[in-house]
Design a protein around this ligand. Structure first.
Ligand code: MSP
Length: 653
């Protein structure tokens, strides 16, 4: 690898620890598949490095300061600290459920980090690299970015993912002299092939640099929720400056000299494509140059996920929470929750090439679950284990790895090594699956189940040995992607459950004959593609495995014929009516927004349709126990009713 050469580089080459980071996530919303994607990728890299015997620091965390986080806390009616504590805990729980093996979870409200931020600020200030000047311009609170007038699009935020209105800012500020480093940075990026990836992002950064690197505003006069500018009353340090410093805090900067020498610089910094070019590609290296520190070895950006062709948004109800998804997959298939979480990890790493944009769909997830996991991998186990139990007392038979089988394994593992080093996760998995499919073919050809004669026993045992020994090796190879599955595979194959390292995965004939295999429930029970729907968000959402719902789901809705007994307007509104309806055996009070179309007295005696098991809510002090069905997007056009008199309380089916 050809790395960028900067001051401190000799030390960087001697360092002992592999340091990988994710961005730190804003706590203005809960974790979703976009955040999980970066974090899973970083986890795969960290686990891969550990498998190869390296010492790793894998850091992730939460970005807790700034106007946006404070705004969300206010909307929730709680203090910013209460808010950030709760969301940081939600992130930690999410990562735990997804098997993320981080070594550090950094929070920017941590006092240690705040001291580091102030130290960095002061050092740059003392070096003449931070100066005071007024800022007059625009700010996007959602993105926490200053926007130059010339970059605005129709007066709004230029980020195509955002496009929100901007606020006008006019305040005394501090600027970081990023412009001082533009030329050096351009030259370094031009030299260091691997510094920024993929290539398109590198070109984007070079483009930005050629356009001229502007000094960046690094304080906010009017945002109290932040790290105070050292030695001043009032202003706080701009949230991005604060956030970028997290990578230094994790490495022990500035006080823990020993740790810093072992950890710095980062070997790999992963992130989404929108935060690479400007913040990580220019401001961050300029800050490090200003501090005289080595630059990260590689900054790499992945693409963005859409969901069933659409941008993820709360409004559309299509924000995918991978843990909800895994739980739902487990509930629908009967798979263990940890295995289902691994399936989600596998899917996001396998489905799209790292660096490109991708589209999430439940159907694709289920498709891969059935094809790659249930059919290819799961089946291999299911075809062998019952036979080993029935014919070899459940113990690994005697055998040696056949030449072709061993060669196929070594080919796959060799290719995986190259692909993983190049962050081609999908290619790595695809290479391994070649081998897994090959093993299924090997079994088809050897057809041990039809060779039941006693004189075949030894040969048949050897076939099973081959498959079990390969499953042991495959377990290690999938471990960075699917850690729970890896230990289940090892246990099933009769190998020790604990991780054994990459060299062991390459070693042939390592599985000891005579050890007990474990035949449990299928690891990946197949799903019915046409019928299975998965929940994707904490709140139920309209997106599903297909555009249909199952009969069972329809039957969960208790739709009843309701006869209106009383009707009156809710005081102070034109739109709301308070209805008392009869369901035959019981009465219900319902508040319905139909008053602009119907007079209350005209409704008494009419038969309408009520969704009777909707969670009750209180509207204007009245408890509403159900929902009257009506037609019309904004204004009510009509009410659902029956064709002639029917039984009151009758179920709609
Ligand atoms: N707090 C900053 C990062 C500071 S790092 C010093 C931030 N936070 S974020 O929560 O908004 O986003 C964090 C990451 O999530 C980014 O890498 C972003 O690309 C990723 N994703 C958010 N939505 C995404 C998708 N829909 N798809 C893929 N990743 C996306 O930015």
């Amino acid at each position: 690898m050809q790395h960028v050469q900067v001051r401190g580089q000799e030390a960087a080459d001697r360092k002992s620890v592999f340091y990988v980071t994710t961005p730190i996530y804003y706590v203005n919303s809960l974790p979703h598949i976009g955040h999980a994607y970066t974090t899973i990728a970083a986890d795969v890299v960290a686990r891969w490095q550990r498998l190869r015997g390296g010492e790793v620091v894998f850091a992730t965390g939460t970005d807790e300061h700034g106007a946006k986080n404070a705004q969300v806390a206010e909307e929730r009616g709680i203090s910013p600290q209460e808010h950030v504590d709760a969301v940081a805990a939600a992130y930690q729980a999410e990562w735990e459920a997804l098997g993320i093996s981080y070594d550090c979870f950094i929070r920017t409200t941590d006092p240690q980090h705040m001291r580091t931020v102030q130290h960095v600020f002061r050092t740059l200030q003392e070096g003449g690299l931070i100066y005071r000047a007024p800022y007059e311009g625009w700010y996007c609170v959602a993105d926490e970015t200053f926007v130059a007038e010339s970059d605005m699009v129709d007066g709004k935020c230029p980020n195509p993912e955002c496009g929100r209105p901007l606020v006008r800012v006019s305040e005394e500020s501090h600027f970081f002299r990023a412009s001082a480093f533009a030329e050096r940075l351009e030259a370094l990026i031009g030299q260091g092939e691997d510094f920024i990836g993929p290539r398109a992002r590198r070109n984007e950064v070079l483009g930005l640099l050629r356009g001229g690197l502007r000094d960046t505003c690094v304080s906010r006069a009017t945002v109290p929720w932040g790290v105070p500018v050292p030695g001043e009353e009032g202003p706080t340090i701009y949230v991005w400056f604060d956030a970028l410093v997290n990578y230094l805090t994790v490495a022990g900067y500035p006080d823990d000299v020993e740790r810093f020498a072992a950890v710095w610089p980062p070997d790999l910094q992963l992130m989404g494509k929108e935060i690479l070019p400007r913040f990580h590609g220019t401001v961050w290296p300029a800050m490090l140059m200003g501090l005289g520190l080595a630059l990260p070895k590689c900054l790499y950006a992945h693409g963005w996920w859409t969901v069933e062709g659409q941008k993820m948004s709360k409004r559309l109800g299509n924000v995918v929470d991978p843990v909800v998804l895994a739980q739902s997959l487990a509930a629908k298939t009967g798979a263990e929750v940890g295995v289902a979480a691994d399936a989600v990890r596998y899917f996001v790493m396998r489905e799209i090439p790292f660096g490109a944009d991708g589209d999430f769909s439940v159907q694709h997830l289920l498709g891969r679950f059935n094809a790659d996991l249930a059919n290819d991998l799961g089946n291999l186990l299911n075809r062998v284990l019952p036979q080993v139990v029935a014919r070899f007392e459940g113990k690994v038979p005697e055998g040696v790895v056949e030449e072709a089988v061993g060669a196929s394994r070594l080919r796959a593992l060799g290719e995986m090594e190259g692909r993983l080093e190049a962050l081609d996760f999908s290619g790595a998995l695809s290479a391994l699956w070649e081998h897994v499919r090959g093993l299924n073919k090997y079994l088809d050809t050897a057809a041990p189940w039809s060779r039941t004669a006693e004189h075949e026993r030894r040969a048949v045992g050897a076939v099973f040995y081959n498959v079990l020994e390969e499953l042991r090796a495959v377990a290690t190879a999938v471990e960075p992607f699917m850690p729970t599955v890896a230990s289940r595979l090892r246990e099933s194959a009769g190998a020790p459950a604990e991780s054994e390292g990459w060299e062991a995965a390459k070693a042939l004939n390592r599985l000891a004959s005579g050890r007990a295999v474990r035949k449990g429930a299928p690891l990946f029970p197949r799903v019915d593609l046409g019928k299975t729907m998965l929940s994707i968000s904490k709140e139920e959402s309209p997106v599903s495995g297909s555009a249909t719902i199952s009969m069972a789901q329809f039957q969960q809705m208790d739709l009843r014929v309701a006869e209106v007994v009383e009707a009156e307007r809710v005081a102070g509104t034109d739109r709301l009516l308070r209805l008392v309806v009869s369901l035959g055996s019981e009465g219900r009070t319902v508040v319905a927004g139909i008053g602009d179309r119907y007079q209350p007295e005209a409704l008494v005696g009419r038969q309408l349709v009520l969704l009777a098991n909707l969670e009750p809510v209180t509207i204007r002090g009245i408890r509403s126990e159900g929902m009257i069905l009506a037609v019309g997007e904004k204004a009510v056009e009509g009410l659902l009713t029956t064709d002639g008199q029917v039984t009151v309380g009758g179920k709609v089916r």
